[in-house]
Design a protein around this ligand. Structure first.
Ligand SMILES: NC(=O)c1ccc[n+]([C@@H]2O[C@H](COP(=O)([O-])OP(=O)(O)OC[C@H]3O[C@@H](n4cnc5c(N)ncnc54)[C@H](O)[C@@H]3O)[C@@H](O)[C@H]2O)c1
Length: 333
């Protein structure tokens, strides 16, 4: 069993605490927030010890792993410091996305974890669902044939108008990670953004992509929609067939080119994914399993490297929008 602490006692920190408290591979021993009342309330609710500073937490607890669920500018500006402090103390980290809103810091976090031979995972939870795993098998087992294109869409309602590229940096680590999960590295992008007239930020995005394997792809994203109706859709097509994965975990449809019959897999009512919260449960459990099993670092699913690769795509898209050019995406080695 791994000794775990959660750093950042906000909404998402509560979800991480709830998952750890219910997972047989973890013992939630401490929670930490710079706001004393928040740390105290979580400590009481989850039967853990409260800390008000990360160095104090790391000095006083024997931890295997921390979740960093702080937020900050563009929902990632407060991740760097606690992640680096935990890594320096020799503790494995599961960080919320984005690793950092500043790409140089995200790169340094990944470099540091690698240099210290520690696990760094990121909560790229959207793909940790059975239907996404099944869809991935359509790709790896050749049911799609030669891969041709991917169309991805992810939109939610978010009225936060704090920074011009907040929508890109805070939301699209998820969508781009799902695209990379099915189709691999993205090497070139070309982007257009639209600001809804009542907003200060670039709240809509249309991004064209070319993949290392030659595929082409497209992402539509928005913060001006709603989650009342389906909000995520991923379509991957090849020379033999095409699949559509709807609303993260609700339905997967496979359309073979050589048949009139389609295969439809639905999320089962009994024993399926009960709500979006279960994506956190699945993702965190997988990280606990992999850390407990001491898998080689490169086998970590939803790794810091993968999260960084998605962020490199976002930064390239921003440069494309600003310059009007097609932009090369730096490789994450
Ligand atoms: N994976 C997902 O599906 C998903 C969904 C929503 C949000 N998120 C991510 O979750 C993260 C947290 O979001 P939230 O809405 O819970 O934020 P929040 O603002 O509610 O909570 C963050 C907490 O961190 C604390 N904090 C900041 N710096 C700290 C430090 N150095 N040490 C200890 N505590 C510190 C703050 O006081 C605050 O209580 C964000 O990065 C966001 O992008 C992920």
């Amino acid at each position: 069993m791994l000794n775990v602490a959660v750093i950042g006692a906000g909404n998402i920190g509560r979800t991480h605490c709830t998952v750890y408290a219910g997972d047989p591979l973890a013992k939630l021993v401490a929670v930490c927030d710079i706001v004393r009342e928040k740390a105290d309330a979580f400590a009481e609710r989850f039967g853990a010890r409260a800390y008000y500073s990360v160095p104090d937490l790391l000095r006083n607890e024997r931890l295997d792993l921390v979740s960093v669920t702080t937020a900050g500018p563009e929902n990632g500006g407060h991740h760097y410091e606690p992640v680096m402090q935990a890594l320096e103390a020799g503790v494995h980290v599961l960080c919320e996305k984005p690793l950092s809103n500043e790409i140089a810091k995200a790169r340094e976090m990944v470099r540091t974890a690698r240099a210290k031979n520690l696990y760094l995972g990121v909560n790229l939870n959207h793909r940790f669902v059975p239907l996404a795993e099944r869809a991935k098998r359509f790709v790896t087992e050749g049911a799609l044939g030669e891969l041709c294109f991917i169309n991805m869409a992810l939109w939610i309602a978010n009225r936060n108008d704090s920074a011009p590229y907040f929508h890109l940096r805070a939301l699209h680590p998820h969508s781009i990670d799902v695209m990379r999960y099915f189709c691999g590295d993205i090497v070139r992008v070309q982007a257009f953004f639209k600001r809804a007239s009542h907003r200060q930020i670039w709240s809509n995005a249309s991004i064209n992509m070319q993949f290392a394997n030659g595929m082409v792809g497209h992402l539509t994203g928005s913060y001006d929609m709603t989650t009342r109706h389906p909000f995520e859709r991923c379509e991957v097509a090849g020379t033999k067939g095409r699949f559509v994965l709807e609303n993260v975990y609700e339905r997967l449809t496979f359309y073979p080119h050589d048949s009139d019959e389609t295969i439809v897999l639905s999320n089962p009512i009994m024993g399926g994914v009960a709500s979006f919260q279960d994506t956190f449960k699945n993702r965190i459990h997988r990280f606990l399993e992999q850390v407990s099993a001491r898998v080689p670092r490169e086998q970590i699913e939803g790794s810091g490297e993968e999260a960084l690769a998605a962020q490199e795509v976002i930064e390239a898209a921003i440069r494309s929008f600003e310059t009007g050019a097609v932009v090369e995406v730096p490789a994450v080695s």
